[in-house]
Design a protein around this ligand. Sequence first.
Ligand SMILES: [Fe+2]
Length: 193
Amino acid sequence: MQQKLTETIHTTAHVTEIQTYGTVATRPIALDHRVRLASANGLNQILADTMTLRDLYKKHHWQVSGPTFYQLHLLFDKHFGEQAELVDALAERVQMLGGVSIAMAPDVAEVTRIARPPRGTEDVTVQLFRLMQAHELIIAETRELAHIAASGGDDGTNDLLVSDVLRLNEFQVWFINEQLAGTGIAVDSQPAV
Ligand SMILES: [Fe+2]
């Protein structure tokens, strides 16, 4: 049976989907279809960006070097783990609303608004600025969607966005920002990345 299924998946050009990405199925949660669709679409954008930020943290966890290697190696992995928990919460909120959560790396790469970093290793200061830029983008879109969700009556999405996504991102920005203290590099003079 397993062998037959594997052959089918590998040889069938078109495997029928039971729900198309970008749609929302009916859910008895007393929320209008239009509201659930707007929340699911907005959450998928934040999900794609959060998955990208999560992976950026792991990239920097591996590739960081210099006198601050040990503390940043540990800090980046802590933030990676916390972002990974957000990814799961965001994806499951999309499903709760009747939507289809974005999941696979090629799809995430097409959707994310976070700039793609080079494959190679960058200087630690550039790594920190790149992380802060990604955080700020997510914070801005999270606040915007939180307001939209609240105005439509989607309190669950608003709560997830404000209590979890916004709070964690602001907290992590604090830690990343403080790493730049004493470097003589002003935060508002970010290098182009
Ligand atoms: Fe590790």
